[in-house]
Design a protein around this ligand. Structure first.
Ligand SMILES: Nc1ncnc2c1ncn2[C@@H]1O[C@H](COP(=O)(O)OP(=O)(O)OP(=O)(O)O)[C@@H](O)[C@H]1O
Ligand code: SF4
Ligand SMILES: [Mg+2]
Length: 398
């Protein structure tokens, strides 16, 4: 991912009033047994108590390993799946249990862009009909007026005029994603959840789409929830980033700070696995390996959910508190929340370096090639300024 994708101008002046707010949001999927008499034997706790705000005009990035609940969170906030518990407020209104017309009206204001635009676009409809459809469904335009709006949308997302009469299979991946964006924009939403919207695209195309999303954000005052595995992509577009682990938010921070000074041991590991384009820097860098698989969200570990894989806990002599007490998201710096009982251990440079070095040495992680194979985090990436720095881009150690 390139650094050209800039943080949108609108974000700099983003108002502090949230457009979207979730309070203790839970989405549990029941696990059932039996054919004739189905009975509930458990639940997949995909989202398990997430309280987040997305401010007007900002981009909130959402990262975490596969299966940690990112998509379910996005689907819940735009009401594609029901919340099991907790609430969702949009523009000051509780939309958690809206139905019928009220839900339809609210849906117009919140749209989603998916990873695979081919799957989300109807292969039998031309792009023109696909853009006209939501306008008709939401009673926004029909006939010539809808056709005019479709032409306008095509231009806005940078597709050629003749795209209107063509089918999705006639386009490249990047063009299809542009069509997906045009469709989301058709109803003039205020909020867009982009779920791995650029993950399947080549790096150069990713940059173009991220830049397009940034331009559109400024132009139409959009608010984004931007989900991606690739931390480098999230970094360039996000104002703030939330890190999820097993259905919970474990760290929330302004974007730059998250990369320069991650305070949750999970984030530290994710950031350390970010590949650095400079091979010289890359070969000298230490990495933190996350051992073991992500536990099942149907049966998450007690206390801190990360305790089964936590390198900091190991370094601290396996304190019992981690296994019995769930850490709250505590604010350790302005706007920087961390859900770890021992996050203070990572706030001071000397102590942090000592712990990180010891943990990295323990897992013999100096050979980055070996790490690449062993690191289960398919996430991360960011440039480092100091070859010996553990944290990419960390200047605080000089
Ligand atoms: N409809 C469903 N029914 C049952 N379980 C589900 C359903 N949707 C998601 N899950 C489970 O919920 C958990 C969270 O899934 P989700 O897709 O939200 O994760 P994710 O962070 O988006 O992962 P990825 O990065 O792979 O897209 C997973 O264990 C998944 O298997
Ligand atoms: S609370 Fe304990 S197990 Fe959880 S992240 Fe902090 S040190 Fe690790
Ligand atoms: Mg997902």
């Amino acid at each position: 991912m390139t650094a050209e994708a800039t943080i949108p101008a609108s974000a700099a002046g983003a108002s502090s009033e949230p457009l979207l707010r979730t309070d203790n949001l839970r989405v549990h999927f029941p696990i059932t047994e039996g054919i004739l008499f189905e009975r509930r034997v458990g639940a997949v706790r995909a989202v398990d108590g997430v309280s987040l705000e997305v401010r007007r005009g900002e981009t909130l990035g959402l990262v975490g390993e596969s299966g940690c609940g990112k998509s379910t969170f996005a689907r819940a906030v735009i009401r594609l799946v029901d919340a099991t518990e907790g609430s969702i407020h949009f523009d000051g209104t509780d939309v958690t249990r809206l139905t019928g017309d009220a839900l339809r009206r609210m849906r117009r204001r919140m749209q989603m862009i998916f990873q695979d635009p081919y799957a989300s676009l109807n292969p039998r409809m031309t792009i023109g009909s696909m853009l006209a459809e939501p306008l008709r469904v939401h009673d926004l335009a029909k006939g010539e007026q809808a056709a005019r709006r479709a032409r306008e949308l095509i231009e806005i997302v940078g597709l050629p005029r003749n795209a209107l009469n063509r089918y999705p299979h006639e386009f490249s991946g990047g063009q299809r994603q542009r069509a997906g964006i045009a469709r989301a924009l058709a109803v003039q939403p205020e909020f867009i959840a982009a779920d791995e919207a650029v993950s399947a695209l080549d790096v150069s195309i990713q940059a173009q789409i991220v830049n397009l999303l940034s331009q559109l954000q400024s132009e139409f005052n959009l608010t984004y929830l931007f989900i991606a595995h690739d931390l480098s992509v999230v970094r360039h577009i996000s104002d703030r980033i939330a890190v999820m682990y097993l259905g919970e938010v474990v760290e929330l921070s302004p974007s730059r700070e998250l990369y320069e000074r991650p305070l949750h041991p999970y984030t530290v590991a994710l950031v350390s696995a970010v590949p650095i384009p400079d091979p010289k820097v890359e070969s000298k860098r230490k990495r933190m390996i996350l051992r073991g698989d992500v536990p099942s969200p149907a049966n998450p570990p007690t206390g801190c959910r990360f305790h089964t894989r936590c390198w900091l806990r190991r370094e601290l002599g396996d304190p019992e508190r981690c296994t019995v007490e769930t850490p709250e998201l505590r604010q350790l710096a302005p706007g920087h929340g961390v859900a770890c009982h021992f996050a203070e251990e990572l706030t001071g440079n000397e102590r942090r370096d000592e712990l990180v070095t010891a943990a990295a040495a323990q897992s013999n992680v100096r050979d980055t090639d070996a790490d690449a194979a062993a690191t289960p985090t398919d996430v991360p990436a960011a440039p480092a300024s100091d070859p010996d720095s553990f944290f990419p881009g960390d200047v605080s150690q000089h």
